[in-house]
Write a new protein. Structure first.
Length: 298
């Protein structure tokens, strides 16, 4: 009898061990330790004996990829949960990750054609503060890029463009104020430059900027001889880095010292090209609306 009971006991133990061995193990690593917003993080799945995976990134977004990549736009502490499943059996693991604020003032301009990450210049404090204020107030949400000229620039920020009917001429709207010019000769119109739109010199000799309208430079490559001519004409001395950017990436140097440049696209310049190639109609307004959303990275 003892032998039979002992054999049954061994069988039960082996069965329990077998069941335990088939239960999935959930575990993962992150691709980096130091993270600053905005950041792209790759999650490295080290789970075992699992067939399905469910991720919760702690910011309202989920994924079922095995090794997902996720972008955190804002700083904060996020609890990431991975559920690894095998049939009806599942286990969870979690990890708290900390995304620190950026070292410099950044905004993200989101569009249907992709997102542009923009650095705002400390050298233009009035324009920087105004742009961040409007973005925080959601002023730009659903406004359009209402003027697009391939090889030149893309322009938006007219409050009258929100919900504007097709073919309506845009570009005359404002929040009701202007900003004093902050034209810095060291900040130039290379591709990706964020600049303030304004009315012409005849009615605006002080070159004051629109309170909300802006443009982002696309431009075309500039030959060195053209840059030398521009230096003589405008009394500018371009740095070697600026000349290289103008010649290789392109820009609109004829606008230098005429408009306030207050930022630059540091990621997503390809989005400028995508928007600039859209078909346009009257007054260079795109046939298909291109709405935007501007978010301050904190």
């Amino acid at each position: 009898m003892l032998g039979k009971c002992s054999g049954a006991g061994v069988y039960v133990v082996m069965l329990l061990m077998s069941m335990g061995c088939n239960r999935p193990v959930s575990q993962f690593l992150v691709s980096q330790d130091e993270m600053k917003a905005p950041t792209n993080i790759e999650f490295i799945n080290q789970s075992e004996k699992a067939e399905f995976f469910s991720w919760d990134f702690g910011d309202g977004k989920q994924s079922t990829d095995i090794n997902p990549k996720h972008r955190y736009v804002q700083s904060g502490r996020y609890t990431v949960i991975l559920e690894a499943s095998n049939g009806k059996k599942s286990r969870q693991s979690e990890r708290v990750i900390e995304v620190k604020p950026p070292d410099e003032p950044l905004v993200e301009i989101q569009t249907p054609h992709g997102n542009m990450l923009v650095k705002l210049y400390d050298e233009t404090p009035k324009h920087k503060a105004n742009f961040m204020k409007l973005a925080n107030e959601h002023f730009y949400d659903s406004l359009l890029f209402h003027r697009v000229i391939q090889g030149f620039m893309i322009q938006g920020g007219d409050p009258d463009s929100k919900g504007a009917p097709a073919r309506k001429q845009l570009g005359g709207g404002s929040p009701g104020y202007q900003i004093d010019a902050e034209i810095d000769p060291s900040l130039v119109h290379v591709k990706g430059a964020l600049s303030a739109a304004r009315t012409g010199d005849a009615v605006n000799p002080e070159k004051k900027s629109s309170g909300s309208q802006f443009y982002i430079v696309q431009g075309t490559p500039i030959e060195e001889a053209q840059l030398k001519m521009m230096e003589r004409r405008k009394g500018i001395q371009y740095s070697a880095e600026q000349k290289k950017a103008y010649m290789e990436q392109g820009g609109t140097p004829f606008l230098d010292k005429e408009y306030t440049v207050f930022g630059e696209v540091v990621a997503g310049k390809e989005v400028i090209d995508k928007i600039a190639t859209q078909e346009t109609g009257t007054s260079d307004r795109p046939i298909s609306d291109i709405p935007m959303k501007v978010i301050v990275i904190k």
